[in-house]
Design a protein around this ligand. Structure first.
Ligand code: FEO
Length: 162
């Protein structure tokens, strides 16, 4: 495998754990605001991010490459309100999409079809992630200012399963 592709995948492994951390921070914010449905939704999201990281871990090891397990960066855990928290998630997903595309670019340049095939799953997943995070921002924008609506939205979000 090409050194640049390996390095980018290894860094992406770390970024997926960073994403899990970020979502856990958001979950904590909502738990402390007594919005358990939001908290649960973001905890499920944090679990998904760990699964993304582990896909990369397995892939690199399957290719006889190393995973460096670099430290996970500190994430923002304080937010002004619900809207700021869900917007942070939405911005982050766009950033992650850009990072996945960078790895795909490197794999294409290298003619690395196996990695391209592996990354196709992530390209599709990012579409879903962006759609979900965009919808969450829209819902909080529409309903978040009214306490009763926020309560009902919180109840709806509690139904997300891992
Ligand atoms: Fe692993 Fe939310 O993208």
């Amino acid at each position: 495998m090409n050194k640049k592709v390996i390095k980018l995948l290894d860094e992406q492994f770390n970024k997926e754990f960073y994403s899990a951390y970020l979502y856990l921070g958001i979950a904590k914010f909502f738990a402390q605001k007594d919005l358990p449905g939001f908290a649960s939704w973001y905890k499920v999201q944090a679990e998904e991010e760990q699964e993304h990281a582990m896909k990369i871990y397995e892939y690199l090891l399957d290719q006889d490459q190393d995973v460096t397990l670099a430290p996970i960066g500190e994430v923002k855990v304080k937010f002004k309100d619900a809207l700021e928290a869900v917007k942070a998630a939405d911005e982050h997903e766009h950033y992650i999409t850009d990072e996945i595309v960078k790895i795909m670019d490197a794999a294409v340049k290298d003619g690395d079809y196996r990695t391209q095939n592996f990354l196709n799953w992530f390209i599709e997943e990012q579409q879903e992630e962006e759609t979900n995070s965009k919808e969450m921002v829209a819902k909080v924008q529409m309903l978040g200012k009214d306490a009763k609506n926020l309560y009902l939205l919180d109840k709806e979000l509690a139904s997300r399963e891992g």
